[in-house]
Design a protein around this ligand. Structure first.
Ligand SMILES: [Fe+2]
Ligand SMILES: [Fe+2]
Length: 301
């Protein structure tokens, strides 16, 4: 499985000319977005087809020995603790489900993106962002409760990738990305307001563009785009869950908060069905979420 960080060469943070319109600023970024390794991209393509079978997905994964080994290792890990040993990739897909297999490969790849970037730039904020993202994915999946597996896995992946716009900005110009955060903290305004003024777009909009570039389902792209506002989207419940999850993880001071304003949208809170006692219970369980994130990070490595 190819997992090197496929960041585009020579990217710059656009939108600083003063004349560039917001859409042009975002469009110029879209041309140099990170790309998915071909195996992950083909897995996304197969899982986007609602009629795809375990055999269809197995055929694709078996073309990549490293991805095959990784899926088998994770399926047989204590994290899933299945009663019997899983020895073929088709069996793994049947027990885990197509969406979970896709998300596992995306998690492995996304962790590698963070690790490569941390190695290249030595910026400790990158690994904090990784922890924040994985915890948001786990909290989002928990918030989906007893909904069907496919919806739960959508919550996981949208939670996992919700701050990919911040990762892209950090990879391109860490000093500039840091300055945006510093300005937001100092002025007590939201990071999105500062990004819109300085860049012409928010990290949510940039992340949504990355997700579209990776051909993820539109409702996931929109949830990533709306993760701080929780505005109208094709799947308001999904967007609300991702918004609430990142709010709760940030409120627990798990990475990527850095003293930034952390606002909870009341409409999203109602849509998810959260009251103060449930919020308190989730915040109290954050240590368990962190432990689970560390276990998953160890498996994905
Ligand atoms: Fe964010
Ligand atoms: Fe976040």
């Amino acid at each position: 499985m190819v997992v090197s960080t496929p960041m585009a060469p020579e990217p710059t943070v656009p939108g600083t000319t003063g004349e560039t319109s917001k859409m042009e600023a975002l469009a110029s970024t879209v041309q140099s977005l990170p790309t998915l390794p071909s195996i992950v991209s083909r897995v996304v393509e197969v899982t986007n087809n609602p009629n795809a079978t375990a055999n269809d997905l197995a055929k694709v994964i078996l073309t990549d020995p490293a991805a095959t080994a990784k899926i088998l290792r994770i399926a047989n890990s204590a994290y899933y603790s299945f009663a019997k040993r899983i020895s073929t990739i088709t069996e793994a897909i049947v027990v885990l489900g197509l969406d979970t297999v896709r998300n596992t490969l995306l998690t492995v790849f996304y962790q590698t993106m963070h690790q490569d970037l941390q190695r290249q730039k030595g910026n400790p904020k990158v690994l904090e962002l990784w922890r924040h993202s994985l915890c948001t994915a786990l909290v989002a999946r928990n918030l989906a409760g007893s909904q069907d597996v496919s919806f739960r896995e959508k919550c996981y992946v949208a939670g996992l990738l919700h701050d990919i716009g911040r990762l892209v900005l950090l990879s391109r110009d860490p000093a500039k990305a840091g300055a945006l955060v510093d300005e937001a903290v100092k002025t007590k305004r939201t990071l999105e307001e500062i990004e819109t003024e300085r860049l012409g777009f928010t990290h949510g909009q940039l992340g949504s563009a990355v997700a579209r570039h990776w051909r993820l389902p539109p409702e996931i792209c929109e949830a990533i785009g709306q993760h701080h506002q929780a505005g109208p989207t094709p799947d308001p419940k999904l967007a609300a869950i991702v918004h609430v999850a990142t709010y709760l993880v940030t409120a627990s001071k798990v990475g990527a908060g850095e003293g930034l304003r952390n606002d909870l949208n009341a409409g999203a809170k109602d849509l998810v069905g959260l009251d103060e006692s449930r919020i308190g219970a989730i915040l109290d369980s954050m240590d368990d979420v962190l432990k689970e994130a560390d276990t998953l990070s160890g498996l994905a490595r």
